[in-house]
Design a protein around this ligand. Structure first.
Ligand code: ASP
Length: 355
């Protein structure tokens, strides 16, 4: 892990312009006959949270009223386009989003909007804005503070007074207010009585690029003892282009009674991209330790190291949108675009693109 280094603290800077996009979720939900459903627009939301700082302009975009279970890759592209267009005249963007799939959206936007020069902040809440114990007001006020701070670039999630890199965010709790964590990566910042404290800002590597391509032809398979190996053939026959295998521990895959490795080998040699990571949320996979891991690599499995499940899935969709070639997908997974992955350090003379 990187060393934490407290860089700065801030209050909201003066006279900035922020684009607010509402996509729905619990945040804007109201009771309906069929349970909680999104129903409040941004004008009402802004009235409820009250004034923030002086002289700022807020452009309000009610994009949708969706439970985030219904967010699709087409929504990611539409949101990425809105954000890219806002670069012309805004200092930042805040996106209100349902919490359930928010980490997928923050991960995919990280890839689609890589190297963006302004902050793109996703937030949501565990309770609706009008609930007595709501966390919506605090989360949005913190998110707007981050958006207006002038101190951040890139895609982030703000939740429960934490500032987390978008591609390292996971929802880890269903009802606690502390629902999100930064996985295998330091917290970017936190909000306290000093304002927003940035503990670690990731580096910007190159010029901004909007890359909204994606493929939906992927699958995620969680290995379990006794799993039948022929699922890979079925997926291949159905036109699946890539599979993320959530393997055991550091990345172990069965090869004795249920020979899943043989199927990974067969599918890989036909051109399907098969990623192998861990079912464990923390500390990542490493295919260099056990016989099973080394065999995975020999069979063509592509390691995902310490990426989150959400970042792995969205990076696979994004990679396949740019090229269907297995070798290109492999190179994409051996490239760190937005600090989504910690790649193993190379020894002198080794190449990262060769097995
Ligand atoms: N079901 C809601 C959603 O993801 C949950 C939330 O927003 O907290 O849209």
């Amino acid at each position: 892990l990187l060393e934490l280094d407290i860089m700065t603290k801030t209050e909201v800077a003066m006279g900035k312009k922020l684009l607010l996009i509402n996509t729905g979720g619990t945040f804007s939900s109201v009771p309906s006959e069929k349970g909680l459903a999104p129903g409040i627009n941004l004008e009402e939301i802004m009235k409820t949270i009250g004034p923030i700082g002086d002289g700022h302009t807020f452009e309000l975009k009610d994009y949708a009223s969706l439970d985030s279970a219904n967010i699709t890759p087409e929504d990611w592209v539409a949101i990425a386009n809105l954000v890219a267009a806002a670069r012309e005249d805004c200092d930042g963007v805040v996106i209100i989003h349902g919490t359930d799939s928010m980490s997928y959206t923050s991960s995919m936007l990280s890839f689609m909007l890589q190297n963006i020069e302004m902050p793109v902040i996703l937030t949501g809440s565990q309770l609706p804005l009008r609930a007595p114990l709501t966390d919506a007001i605090d989360n949005l006020r913190c998110a707007i503070t981050a958006g207006l701070s002038g101190m951040l670039r890139g895609v982030y999630t703000v939740f429960h007074q934490k500032l987390i890199l978008g591609c390292r965010t996971s929802k880890v709790r269903t009802i606690s207010f502390n629902a999100f964590e930064s996985v295998n990566y330091p917290l970017i910042g936190e909000f306290n009585a000093f304002g927003m404290q940035v503990l670690k800002e990731p580096l910007r590597r190159a010029a901004f690029q909007l890359s909204p391509e994606y493929s939906e032809n992927i699958a995620v398979l969680k290995i379990f003892p006794g799993m039948h190996a022929d699922i890979f053939r079925y997926l291949y026959d159905k036109g699946c282009e890539g599979v993320f295998v959530e393997a055991f521990g550091l990345g172990g895959v069965p090869f004795l009674h249920n020979n899943i490795l043989e199927e990974i080998d067969r599918a890989s040699s036909k051109g399907m991209s098969i990623l192998v990571g861990s079912q464990c949320r923390y500390e990542g996979s490493n295919l260099d330790v056990y016989e099973t891991g080394l065999r995975v690599q020999e069979s063509g499995g592509i390691p995902v190291f310490d990426m989150t499940q959400e970042a792995t899935v969205t990076k696979l969709m994004w990679a396949l949108g740019r090229s269907k070639e297995r070798e290109d997908v492999r190179k994409t997974f051996f490239t760190n675009y937005v600090d989504e992955v910690t790649l193993p350090r190379l020894r002198w003379g080794e190449s990262v693109f060769l097995p």
